[in-house]
Write a protein that binds this ligand. Structure first.
Ligand SMILES: Nc1ncnc2c1ncn2[C@@H]1O[C@H](COP(=O)(O)OP(=O)(O)OP(=O)(O)O)[C@@H](O)[C@H]1O
Length: 333
């Protein structure tokens, strides 16, 4: 693995092997309107002085959408100890997808056993919603301290399958209909920072119609949910720049929290906005929540236009199946 550091320092691992850790930092220089690239340049000298004594630091800048997926796969195959997503939730999402290929974990060339590369995060994006669930300070120096300690814990990942047959992974929240449409529009206004989510939501409301959906939970019977406004599948709690949409979700629980909003009008959002941000909306009329391992969602009208997004990235349209993969990735924590 490429290293810009002298190979004289080692760390001692609990398994008795002592060697320098290979850390691959996947940086989206265009994240948060270019702020990620600027902050990263300032952070790198500190990172080198803090971690350079014990780790090989490999910096890899993304050249465009999806590049982080390829960088991650390559790093895992080459045996990196950790791949660290530097940017926002979109970059984290791509790095998580890089842990998988053709429906399976990517593995180290030399090691056919369980995956050993850990996932790390330095939050430098617009929203950094996944970070909020972990309760960590949204601070890059704090994140570097965690990487220095190198403690790991397992987290669940969601896998989405659709008509095309391919699998797509998410670590934060996947959602359907209005919120997914709002996210789709918000991505066009990232230059306005967190305000992009408000603008996206306003645009999504124009011409919005609640829809009857057919839903199957944990291989039970198909049920009809009338007039669904939004359906949110949380592996973690927050989306849309700090909205605590699935407040009981926990990425270490082995299940999703699914929150369904039905028959909401635009003014219901205004009236309940503070509750959505605080995560106290589950007692509001027409809001339901349940813990699930697998959920299939289809539209009844067959328009093919009900939006789906995962971790804030537009994924396409219904139908989709969402399943939890318990303890799928080890994370630096
Ligand atoms: N070099 C690049 N040029 C343009 N876009 C890129 C580049 N590298 C990655 N991307 C895309 O930028 C998207 C957003 O990146 P990221 O999540 O890091 O920042 P953000 O949108 O500001 O933060 P958040 O997702 O937390 O709101 C990613 O989904 C990725 O596809």
């Amino acid at each position: 693995m490429a290293s810009d550091l002298s190979p004289d320092s080692t760390i001692y691992r609990p398994d008795g092997n002592s060697r320098r850790r290979d850390l691959v930092f996947v940086v989206n220089p265009r994240g948060a309107n270019g702020r990620t690239g600027k902050e990263w340049k300032k952070l790198l000298p500190y990172l080198r002085s803090r971690l350079g004594g014990e780790c090989n630091i490999c910096e890899s800048l993304t050249s465009g959408p999806c590049h982080a997926i390829d960088i991650t796969r390559e790093a895992i195959r080459e045996g990196a100890d950790a791949v660290i997503a530097v940017g926002g939730d979109g970059t984290l999402h791509e790095v998580v997808n890089g842990f998988f290929w053709a429906g399976k974990h990517v593995i180290n060339h030399d090691q056919k056993a369980a995956p050993s590369t850990a996932l790390g995060i330095i939050p430098l994006g617009t929203g950094s919603d996944f970070f909020r669930t972990l309760g960590w300070k949204n601070d890059s120096h704090d994140a570097i301290e965690r990487i220095a300690k190198g403690l790991r814990s397992w987290v669940d990942v969601g896998v989405i399958s659709g008509e095309s047959g391919g699998s797509h992974y998410f670590i934060n929240v996947a959602d359907v209909h209005l919120s997914a449409k709002a996210g789709y529009y918000a991505s066009r206004y990232k230059r306005f920072g967190n305000l992009c989510y408000v603008i996206g939501a306003l645009q999504a409301f124009i011409g919005h119609q609640n829809q009857d959906l057919r839903i199957k939970i944990d291989d039970g019977e198909w049920e009809i949910y009338p007039q669904v406004t939004a359906l949110c599948i949380g592996n973690a709690k927050f989306f849309g720049g700090g909205m605590k949409i699935t407040p009981n979700a926990d990425p270490r629980s082995g299940s999703f929290e699914v929150v369904i909003l039905q028959d909401f009008k635009w003014y219901d959002f205004i009236l309940n906005l503070h509750k959505l941000y605080k995560g106290t909306h589950l007692s509001v009329k027409n809001v339901s929540s349940r813990s699930v391992r697998c959920i299939e969602v289809e539209e009844i009208a067959g328009s093919g236009s009900i939006h789906v997004q995962s971790d804030g990235e537009h994924l396409g349209f219904l139908p989709r199946k969402f399943c939890i993969l318990p303890a799928a990735i080890e994370m630096i924590s």
